[in-house]
Design a protein around this ligand. Structure first.
Ligand code: FAD
Length: 332
């Protein structure tokens, strides 16, 4: 069977398309264009509003495979995996990419195993190899010190998960048109031994780090755990979330959900403030796509200044109280 489309696994929550889907469409659009094939989004759920489905087309999909059933309302690995396997058998896509979210990280290994296909997790760069058309799947390896590019020349489809927030969402073009296809599933696709009973939102982190427009992050240069109150206060004044380097998480100054970087979260806020953070490659891996980066560091040669749009050289403990006070005056 002829190999054709490039697919992204779109995600929805309560019928609302999740931003990661638009990020995937942005990446996959260029892959499909290089291969000169269609780009399709596979969307599973139940009772999804038509304008949400249409939005996938506005954001770059040529086709949407819409599979709706009560069982698919919330993510459950068995039916999601069975539907994807059936879809792959029927339409034979050459590439399938998903977000490195709990959904993508759970369902794609399941599908890869069932289809005997390769899977590269947590990619940061995807490209097409000239000549062969193979998918080049690049991800940090060996503690983030190198970028490894992985190919799966034999097995199909080629599959990868991509870190959320590692690319901007595809721009919206309401002039785009596309096709919405509703495949009919065979019996047995929707069997699940697991049932979702409830969902309890984690409200312990204040503003979600990955959704925040402003992230104020502290590192070892903050000096001690008690000084983190300045980071928290600055984040509050700016209406942002608190981030941290791994060093301070390891020291117990703040909890792991705040960690930004290779082994923490990836963020793309409008403003990222790195305070007392040296700018190690593993930290940068999690915040380099921020729109504007401001660094405060007492070492003028700190690596972070090479990335920063604005820098203040000085002692964070002298600068932070003054900065917070001034910002409060501006807000008043
Ligand atoms: P340091 O590197 O010690 O830097 C402290 C900075 O503060 C220095 O630049 C110093 O000049 C400055 N400073 C000191 N005093 C002051 C002051 N009074 N005022 C202003 N500036 C001051 N790190 C992450 O952050 N996230 C990750 O996800 C991550 N994952 C990793 C995964 C692996 C496999 C490995 C091996 C490492 C990982 N790391 C990660 C660790 C990373 O390599 C660095 O060790 C860490 O980011 C350093 O944290 P830091 O910048 O707070 O501390």
């Amino acid at each position: 069977m002829e190999l054709n489309e490039v697919w992204v696994l779109a995600e929805q929550k309560n019928g609302i398309i999740q931003t990661v889907s638009y990020e995937l469409l942005n990446r996959a659009r260029s892959l499909a264009d290089k291969l000169n094939v269609s780009l399709a989004a596979v969307l599973m759920g139940y009772d999804i509003p038509a304008d949400e489905v249409q939005e996938l087309i506005y954001r770059g999909a040529d086709k949407v495979y819409l599979i709706e059933h009560e069982v698919l309302k919330d993510f459950l690995v068995e039916p999601y995996s069975s539907v994807l396997c059936y879809m792959i058998d029927t339409y034979n896509p050459q590439i399938v990419i998903a977000g490195a979210t709990s959904t993508g990280r759970t369902v794609l290994p399941h599908v890869a195993m069932r289809k005997r296909a390769g899977l590269t997790a947590d990619c940061t760069i995807l490209d097409i190899e000239e000549g062969t058309g193979n998918l080049l799947q690049t991800r940090p390896a060996i503690g983030g010190n190198i970028l490894a590019t992985i190919k799966t020349p034999e097995a199909r489809p080629q599959m990868a998960t991509v870190r959320p927030h590692s690319m901007k969402p595809a721009p919206r073009d309401t002039g785009r048109t596309g096709e919405i296809i509703k495949p009919v599933l065979p019996d047995g696709c929707l069997v699940s031994r697991v049932k979702k009973l409830d969902f309890i939102e984690d409200e312990s982190q204040g503003i979600s780090l990955q959704q925040a427009d402003v992230v104020v992050a502290g590192g070892r240069g903050v000096g001690k755990a008690e000084n983190f109150k300045y980071i928290e206060e600055l984040a509050k004044v700016l209406g942002g979330a608190v981030g941290a380097s791994r060093d301070v998480v390891d020291r117990g100054w703040i909890t792991y959900p705040h960690q930004v970087g290779l082994s923490g979260k990836t963020v793309t806020p409008k403003l990222y403030m790195a305070i007392g953070i040296s700018g190690a490659i593993q930290h940068i891996a999690g915040m380099q796509t921020s729109e504007t980066i401001v660094a405060i560091n007492k070492d003028p040669d700190a690596q972070i200044f090479k990335l920063a749009d604005f820098g203040i050289v000085g002692d964070a403990m002298d600068i932070l109280p003054v900065l917070i006070e001034k910002l409060k005056q501006c807000a008043a």
